[in-house]
Design a protein. Sequence first.
Length: 138
Amino acid sequence: MSTEPDGFEAIAKMKELERLGHEILMVKKSLVELDRARHKTREAWRAVRKQKDAGEDGQKKIPLFISPKMFVRVPIDEAEQRLKKANDEGDEDLEKTRKELKERVDDLRKFEGQQTLKEIGFDLKPVTSRFFVDQDEL
């Protein structure tokens, strides 16, 4: 009776386990990077809002960081709109990445023979207002 096939099978399982773990770590790292970028965008947006709320003219031009080597002078109103849009896009990217992380963790749990996230209640959707009934209507 040879134990080589069992040994190869164990090595293959360990490689797959390591690959799944590595994917989870990479998604977590990208989640942290996206959150940092979103936070910086939110800080910039708040700074522009403060200038606008302090009575600055909306057409006054301020420098806006575009890339590592480029600044563009744009009106305060336009800068606020661009930063708000970038913040909203960052939120969407974060949600997609969080969903991807859940999928990767679920794949790992399946591989380990554990219950899936859906089976233990981590696949819940938020309750929306369409499920609420106005008390006056009752």
